[in-house]
Ligand binder design. Structure first.
Ligand code: ZN
Length: 87
């Protein structure tokens, strides 16, 4: 169950980060211009810590390129008022 929660949280984090990047002018393209694969399979943008491509940033940018922004969660006003009416 913890693995499933981790997977769900990871998917939500990726979708949220991708939506943020997608909202930036040329966001995905700018990130992918830096975080692209080198001939040795590492990411060109992640030099401080050599990272196999696609790195997390490239994954977010690639997701942002193809995903629509996340829908806003409905605002639930008046839950307490609804509960009071039922009584
Ligand atoms: Zn990178």
């Amino acid at each position: 169950m913890a693995d499933r929660l981790d997977e769900t949280a990871g998917s939500l984090l990726l979708a949220t980060a991708a939506a943020f990047v997608a909202a930036q002018p040329d966001g995905p393209a700018r990130l992918l211009a830096v975080h692209h694969p080198l001939p040795n399979g590492l990411c060109a943008g992640c030099l401080a810590t050599p990272t196999r491509w696609p790195c997390g940033t490239a994954t977010i940018a690639a997701t942002a390129r193809t995903s629509a922004p996340l829908p806003r969660a409905p605002i639930r006003h008046g839950v307490a008022q609804t509960e009071r009416r039922r009584r």
